[in-house]
Write a protein that binds this ligand. Structure first.
Ligand code: IDP
Ligand code: MG
Length: 140
């Protein structure tokens, strides 16, 4: 079954000029780009996106970080692309993420604040539909 996933190139990666590298890996894997836009997200959009983390200790810092600069929001498509992109991204903690993964190759611990880890990828078909609706309300 072909499915879609929402990928975000986070502000740390945008600032370091890694957007093209992330796109290269998505295209190299063979997934299709369906939609793409650059924006600096408002906090209320991020609050919807990260609703599952509301109340956690890192929530406020996470919203500060994610609204700190441009993000590239991307919808990708392909059979099992949700699982496949999570594998390309690697573990949440960039120090523990395997070399060869996006987070393992380009992320690191900067010592304070939220975990800056280069990319976001939807974690389930339900999350993907919900998140694509938040970032790309015009996509059917
Ligand atoms: P994921 O991005 O790998 O799905 P989640 O657990 O959904 O990881 O967390 C969302 C984002 O919140 C992470 O990508 C990271 O930027 C940040 N984050 C997650 N856990 C922590 C934490 O324990 N401390 C600080 N930031 C965190
Ligand atoms: Mg998540």
């Amino acid at each position: 079954m072909t499915e879609r996933s929402l990928v975000l190139v986070k502000p740390d990666a945008f600032a370091r000029g890694l957007t093209g590298e992330v796109l290269r890996r998505i295209e190299g894997k063979g997934y299709t780009l369906v939609a793409l836009k650059v924006l600096t997200p408002e906090r209320d959009l991020l609050a919807q996106h990260y609703a599952e983390h509301e109340g956690k200790g890192f929530y406020g810092e996470l919203l500060d970080f994610m609204s700190s600069g441009p993000v590239t929001a991307i919808v990708i498509e392909g059979v099992r692309c949700i699982e496949g992109f999570r594998s390309l991204a690697g573990k949440t903690d960039p120090t523990a993420a395997a070399p060869g993964s996006i987070r393992g190759d380009f992320g690191r611990d900067w010592g304070n604040g939220p975990t800056e880890n280069i990319v976001h990828g939807s974690d389930s078909p339900e999350s993907a539909v919900r998140e694509i609706g938040i970032w790309f309300p015009d996509l059917g």
